[in-house]
Design a protein around this ligand. Sequence first.
Ligand code: SAH
Length: 399
Amino acid sequence: MTLNSTAPFALEKAPLERFVAPDKPSLVGLSRAALAEKLAEVGVPERSRRMRAQQIWHWLYARGAQDFERMTSVSKELRAQLAGHFTLARPDVVAEQVSADGTRKWLLQLPGEHPGEKPHLVETVYIPETDRGTLCISSQVGCTLTCSFCHTGTQKLVRNLTAQEIVAQVMIARDALNEWPTAERPLNDGERELTNIVFMGMGEPLYNLDNVAEAIDTIADGDGISIGRRRITVSTAGVAPRIKELGERTGAMLAISLHATNDELRNQLVPLNKKYNLEELFAAIKSYPSLGNAKRVTFEYVMLKGVNDTLPEARALVKLLAGVPAKINLIPFNPWPGTDYECSDWRTIEQFAEVLNRAGYSSPIRTPRGRDILAACGQLRSESVKVRASERAKAEAAQ
Ligand code: SAH
């Protein structure tokens, strides 16, 4: 695979001190309750545990501390004790790529589930836009769903990410964007780059709902990372029985990967549809808590040439969404090595969008971002990037 030579590229090896001794777990990404438990483990007495947990929480998530020594409101003694048992390490960033359009992709290395198992790789993508910056995060290594047009589904290895690993993706982005608040630059100064989170990276978030919900509690916490629930969107391929629960537990925004307007075609594109068909899916969507004009469901529809892109299908889409407060995102298909699908012609996409526009859905076409670094929707598949990174390292060494 060749690298796009026009894209600025940086390969970053994690500095040695970032490597975590296996016997020293990291506190990064823990929930409040889990943090208090860790303090109990090292003997912090119960009466002061809440207060200590609160102090450490603030350093972790409001200040982005990477070193216990920075935690000046915590006693020296406790700081030393913490440093003896824990680290503040983030997962190792084994590669960072920056697209010509400013999109950034980080390849993270996570430990295997069992001792001796090879480490896993997972990807996080940051997409800057004029009025916001969206971080696209992963909820699983790989994905068990085999949507026929999605690259991630071709990756074999699958495991759920822990809540810690989900939160850590956001922290790594804040580190890289240098956005931890300081006295001079408070959190809500209106100039933040990273403002929104979408669970649209690798994996099916509703198959890992416990960890996703715990991570959202941490990310949305006002004394901390503080990205509000209305700015967090969870996308699902349609795990109908867990949709309402997602809303009740997280208060997040809902996105549905729809891609077809009838069961026959959707069965082919999103095989999960054979389990939960459109009727069941829409019954679940309608039960999502507090839907209304301010809280619409986003419907993602990938534009596949000659497959789902005719005007009657655009009209069928409008009909299908009647009665659901909705936004539509037409996603031009992003090709990946080995796929037989092609992206619809631009003119076809525009005509399709025009039908939706006339029905009251404004600007539904999503501009592809980060295609040159395989960071666009459906292109995430860490193995291929690993090869790219190592090829790159070899090429650099050879120079
Ligand atoms: N499993 C969840 C979360 C992943 S979201 C879900 O399916 O919603 C990833 C989004 O990118 C989904 O809408 C997916 O359908 C879309 N996608 C996948 N492959 C794509 C491709 N090659 N081009 C464009 N979009 C794609």
